[in-house]
Design a protein around this ligand. Sequence first.
Ligand SMILES: [Cu+2]
Length: 139
Amino acid sequence: MAKTRIWSLSLFGILFFLITAGARATGPDHPVVSYTLTSEMKGEKRLFVGAGGKIQGRVNPDLFVNEWDVVEITLINGDNLNHHIAIPNFHILSETVSEKGKKTTITFVPFKSGGFDYYCLLDNHRTLGMEGKVVVVRK
Ligand SMILES: [Cu+2]
């Protein structure tokens, strides 16, 4: 009986720690920055097009973020082709979205500043135009 009680108390302690640690990670020091991209087909070209905010309608937009922000990038399939988004410098590769309207979101923390390519490697799409840059600004 006493053992069970101690066990559940320490479980509660661990849960409490995890919850407060999670809250800290997205607190004021680590704002969440979100971007949405849609895949588009234009003739032979395969493109990422910005959706919403400052990148609305922009082709392969530069995605500006601060170092250590929590960055979320959502890719929405807009053309029924296979797509993903890769950012190898941050060890990121999304799921593949194959049907129009399907979406996938990647989340990462840019731990270094500079310009880093994002692209789709499926079916030669990078060569056909599907690439842009994440620009990480030092705080
Ligand atoms: Cu693609």
